[in-house]
Design a protein around this ligand. Structure first.
Ligand code: ASP
Length: 307
């Protein structure tokens, strides 16, 4: 079964198949007859979206991706309060029951790291991890790398600055794993000391030969970067005090950033990038979100063994 559980499962060959297909789907989508062309591909297939944590982009872009391809979509957006979890049902039981209803794929977001692996162990159908607590968010990593490939025209030879909550952001964690898998880039890790990247991910980077440096010098990182990937502090992951955001990108930084560089954010954006940056053509975060639907269309085709 073709589960999507963590970013490091994707190799260069599969990444290139997915990106090529996402490019084709983007090209078709600007064609007025797109529904004729796309509509039949996954007709008769069914996707369950089961979300135990809040989501805007991931859930709706998966639903839109499936429906553009002709799938039927059954969705629960608030499973943490509206499913039998409230009555004490285990994740394993929930997934086994959902498998009985014969979906072709279950896309799941959960509040615990490793939940997707646990689901895959008992599921009768492929599981797509749509974010598991502070663990991973592999489909975000795919869309992020796809955005780098589309904006920079390359996935290697780049200085990539990543901030700001490297400890808790699952999107950052997954992207860093994927970048290590692809290789050939230099990472500039920007965070306060207490939010530095976890040592297991640094070990993986070293093992894969991806060079990185850790810094708290924002201007230095912005000047050096070809890609700036800037996520919020993940306040929902703190049990104690939440540190204030000290690495804010504002209009005063724009002259420092290379003309061909671009700024990404997995969104939601809170206070780490000021809205006054949005009009700069190098602000790529809304284009990045749009790419998400196409990469998820390609991923659904791969999951259902049509790619
Ligand atoms: N939307 C992404 C996630 O679910 C990024 C974020 O929330 O900061 O992890």
């Amino acid at each position: 079964m073709r589960h999507t559980l963590k970013a490091q499962q994707f190799d260069a060959k599969l990444i290139s198949v997915l990106f090529k297909r996402a490019d084709e789907l983007q090209a078709l989508s600007i064609d007025k007859r797109r529904h004729q062309k796309l509509g039949g591909l996954l007709q008769g297939k069914m996707m369950f979206l089961v979300f135990f944590e809040p989501s805007t982009r991931t859930r709706i872009s998966f639903a839109a991706a499936g429906q553009h391809l002709g799938m039927q979509v059954v969705s629960t957006e608030n499973a943490q309060i509206s499913s039998s979890l409230v009555k004490g049902e285990s994740l394993e039981d929930t997934i086994q029951v959902l498998s009985e209803y014969q979906p072709d794929v279950i896309v799941m977001r959960h509040f615990e790291a490793n939940a997707a692996e646990r689901a895959a162990a008992v599921s009768g159908v492929p599981i797509i991890n749509a974010g598991d607590g502070a663990g991973q968010h592999p489909t975000q990593a795919l869309l992020d790398l796809y955005t780098i490939y589309r904006e920079a025209g390359s996935m290697t030879g780049l200085n990539i600055a990543l901030g700001t909550d490297l400890l808790h952001s699952r999107a950052l964690r997954s992207l860093i794993y994927l970048l290590a898998k692809v290789g050939g880039n230099h990472l500039i890790l920007v965070s306060p000391k207490e939010l530095r990247l976890a040592s297991d991910v640094k070990t993986y980077l070293k093992k894969r030969g991806t060079t990185f440096e850790e810094t708290d010098k924002l201007e230095y990182a912005l000047k050096k970067a070809d890609v700036i990937y800037w996520n919020r502090i993940q306040k929902e992951r703190f049990t104690g005090e939440i540190p204030p955001q000290t690495f804010v990108i504002g209009p005063q930084h724009l002259p420092l950033i290379k003309p061909e560089a671009f700024i990404m954010n997995a969104l939601p954006r809170i206070d780490e990038i000021l809205t006054t940056v949005d009009k700069d053509p190098r602000a790529a975060y809304f284009r990045q979100a749009g790419n998400g639907m196409f990469i998820r269309m390609a991923l659904l085709e791969w999951t259902l063994e049509l790619l």
